[in-house]
Design a protein around this ligand. Structure first.
Ligand SMILES: C=CC1=C(C)c2cc3[nH]c(cc4nc(cc5[nH]c(cc1n2)c(C)c5CCC(=O)O)C(CCC(=O)O)=C4C)c(C)c3C=C
Ligand code: FE2
Ligand code: FE2
Length: 350
């Protein structure tokens, strides 16, 4: 996988008939998790096979895990998940893919021609290696790799950096590289989340008694092994709760963890049981938000907005609203631009 054109800083050394070669540019690669190419069983199986074979995601020795994955999970889950994906699939495909591509386009427009912005997915396409090669071929000698996870986790941030490291090992000529740090407690991020959630709450036909902040779960074991994910999520919640205590004093802010997978104990409380317990305990009006996801995806649109609503109403709740993620909203793009500009400031004023 070598780029089509040699990345060569000294045109004098190129053959006279060589096409012009761009150099000296800055690239930004936005990275998110990845999603199937289509909402059908075969595509979801391909996606799950790649995703769930990542040792950062399932930390069970391959000799034990691969037979379970291939013999059980990949025979049953793809069909069920494909059905869930079909419920949220849009005209531009998977919401996660469409929104991440939109974020890259919007950021490109904000940063101007001095910087080249692309997006990639850790699993499936567009692959990180392909997009990094494209940035190199376009003359980028400095690249910021920005995994769009506010909360660091081995399963997400570190896995994206693994893919970057694999690419590094296979290339002769490398750009200078930076990576975006987690931004779970960043003032600008908390302000953007608070403002965008408040904007959406103001449009609801009801006043929520509770704002439930739902984060993707992780096996509890990872917390004891030193993964900061749980602490990062809790800190975001604490900072958002403090902001809402000022702006919405009557609204309680709670935290839960969603998308449990497998039999091990995951971080608690679980979002689905929390919603039922809230309704059974007399809470009637709930808004739910997912501050750990920079783009809406299966986990927010199907698990929270559809299934979460069903569970809450069935248990006696009367009003339920799932707030959207920051996506390409004004607040979302202001945040992405601020985070990226801060990193690029070490290289050049843009
Ligand atoms: C062991 C399994 C999983 C871990 C650990 C895990 C961590 C984790 N995931 C996200 C973000 C997303 N996960 C998404 C989908 C998804 N996640 C798992 C399993 C684990 N995730 C599965 C099996 C799936 C696929 C869907 C399904 O079959 O249920 C997505 C959505 C992708 C999309 O296409 O829309 C996101 C985003 C985080 C942030 C995280 C740890 C912090
Ligand atoms: Fe040279
Ligand atoms: Fe996940």
């Amino acid at each position: 996988m070598t780029p089509a054109a040699p990345i060569h800083a000294c045109p004098a050394h190129l053959p006279a008939d060589h096409p012009p070669v761009a150099t000296g540019r800055i690239g930004v690669l936005l990275v998110n998790l990845g999603t199937p190419d289509a909402p059908d069983t075969a595509s979801v199986r391909r996606y799950l096979k790649e995703f769930l074979s990542d040792k950062r995601v399932v930390e069970i020795p391959a000799l034990l895990w691969q037979p379970i994955l291939r013999g059980i999970i990949l025979r049953t889950r793809p069909k069920k998940s494909a059905h869930a994906y079909a419920q949220v699939w849009g005209p531009e495909g998977s919401p996660l893919a469409a929104i991440t591509a939109g974020q890259a386009r919007a950021l490109q427009a904000r940063l101007g021609d001095g910087v080249i912005v692309r997006h990639a997915m850790r699993y499936q396409s567009p692959a990180m290696a392909t997009q990094l090669d494209a940035l190199l071929a376009a003359g980028c000698e400095r690249i910021l790799v920005a995994p769009l996870y506010p909360h660091y986790s081995g399963a997400t941030t570190a896995s994206a950096l693994d893919a970057l490291a694999d690419w590094i090992k296979q290339r002769r000529r490398l750009p200078a590289l930076r990576t975006l740090p987690p931004y779970h407690d960043d003032e600008v991020a908390i302000a953007a989340l608070h403002a965008d959630m408040a904007r959406q709450i103001a449009t609801l036909a009801f006043v929520p008694d509770v704002l439930l902040l739902s984060y993707h779960g992780m096996p509890e074991r990872t917390l004891h092994l030193g993964d900061p994910y749980h602490c990062h999520c809790r800190k975001t919640s604490r900072l958002l709760a403090a902001a809402f205590a000022q702006s919405h004093p009557g609204m309680a802010v709670m935290t839960s963890f969603q998308s449990r997978f497998g039999r091990a104990k995951w971080l608690e409380p679980a979002t689905d049981t929390t919603l039922v317990e809230l309704a059974e305990g007399g809470t009637r009006k709930v808004a739910i938000a997912a501050p750990g996801f920079s783009a809406d995806c299966l986990e927010t649109l199907e698990e929270l907005a559809l299934r979460g609503k069903e569970d809450f109403l069935a248990a006696g709740g009367t009003d339920f609203a799932a707030l959207t993620c920051l996506n390409t909203s004004q607040h979302g793009m202001d945040l992405l631009e601020a985070l990226v500009r801060r990193e690029l400031a070490g290289w050049i004023a843009v």
